[in-house]
Design a protein around this ligand. Structure first.
Ligand code: LMR
Length: 328
């Protein structure tokens, strides 16, 4: 079966038991790029599969493929349309080939905290954005949160001037490129699975990510320290294809979507705690976590915020205004 073939590709430490599906069950493959455990998205996928496989046994069966074992985030979108996977959850920064509206989520220093993010995603504008790719055949099932991102490099970063001239890995996001260029640094787009090696070999000097990505992919081991810049959101869009959703028996579809929504809400309520736990593990490892004084933080804001204006037309000022209003 597909599960056996895929499981054979895993090394012992990476093995995740891909559920063996019974004949007649709808097979739901969920491919993602992060660690299977101790991570907001990895834990979400595991919890989702557990519930689907228990409560929908005989009707549906979910197999999870973590750590880029099946697809990178750029390939997974094509795979969804081809029916090779049914669920993906790339970062909202990675949808530029399909819609420019999600650039709003990448604007630096936009959301004051995860409550503001939640206000926006659950409000009318956030809900409308779930359908931003319907013309291509993608459906947003919901937002799955990771958290707020921080910078790290192979030297101490306290002000944006410290980052000038360095090369930073970014996701496939032009907002991120503009942000790094505003710091007079250089951006290099790389797939997530390439980041550790690129940091280790000096292909790039630094990166920006959440505590959970920095810890579970060991980026902290090959960096001088992490600076708590809290400059940008990392959230995922759980996405599927309209064609697949429409192909489901209505009762199966309703049950799946209900489970999906419940598991998403539970995962989102846990995401900040998971990031905090990962931050503590980084601190315990002895790697320096640097906090900024209000004056230092203001320097990052002053350098990065002008980036917003470049993307206002793509996003729509009304969407930006709704996101800003979610901070209140
Ligand atoms: C990244 O590429 O840094 C992240 O989008 C990876 C992830 O899925 O958290």
């Amino acid at each position: 079966t597909a599960a056996t073939v895929a499981a054979g590709m895993f090394t012992a430490t990476q093995t995740v038991a891909a559920e063996a599906c019974d004949p007649g069950e709808v097979v739901i493959k969920f491919s993602h790029v992060v660690s299977a455990t101790g991570h907001p998205k990895g834990d979400f996928a595991t919890a989702l599969a557990e519930r689907v496989n228990t409560e929908m046994n005989g009707k549906a069966c979910m197999q999870v493929f973590p750590s880029s074992q099946l697809f990178d985030d750029d390939k997974v979108m094509e795979a969804l349309l081809l029916g090779d996977v049914q669920i993906a959850a790339p970062s909202l920064s990675k949808f530029e080939a399909y819609t420019l509206k999600y650039r709003v989520f990448d604007l630096p220093f936009l959301f004051s905290d995860m409550n503001a993010v939640n206000n926006f995603t659950q409000g009318p504008t956030g809900q409308e954005l779930l359908g931003a790719m319907s013309d291509i055949g993608f459906v947003g099932l919901g937002y799955v949160y990771n958290g707020i991102k921080h910078f790290s490099a192979n030297k101490p970063l306290l002000t944006p001037a410290d980052a000038a001239g360095l090369k930073f890995r970014v996701q496939t996001s032009d907002v991120a490129v503009a942000m790094i260029e505003a710091m007079e640094a250089n951006a290099q787009k790389l797939a997530f699975k390439e980041v550790y090696g690129a940091l280790q070999t000096g292909v790039v000097d630094g990166q920006e990510n959440t505590w959970s990505n920095i810890y579970t992919k060991k980026f902290f081991e090959v960096q001088d320290g992490i600076t708590e810049t809290s400059h940008q959101l990392l959230s995922y869009l759980a996405v599927t294809s309209q064609e697949w959703l429409d192909s489901l028996d209505p009762e199966v579809r309703d049950q799946f979507v209900t489970i999906f929504t419940e598991v998403t809400n539970e995962a989102n309520a846990r995401s900040s705690a998971i990031n905090e736990a990962n931050k503590q593990k980084i601190i315990e490892s002895g790697v320096e976590v640097r906090t900024l004084t209000p004056e230092q933080r203001e320097q990052w804001v002053v350098v990065m915020k002008p980036v917003w204006a470049k993307f206002a037309d793509d996003i729509g000022q009304d969407v930006i205004d709704a996101a800003v209003a979610a901070n209140n």
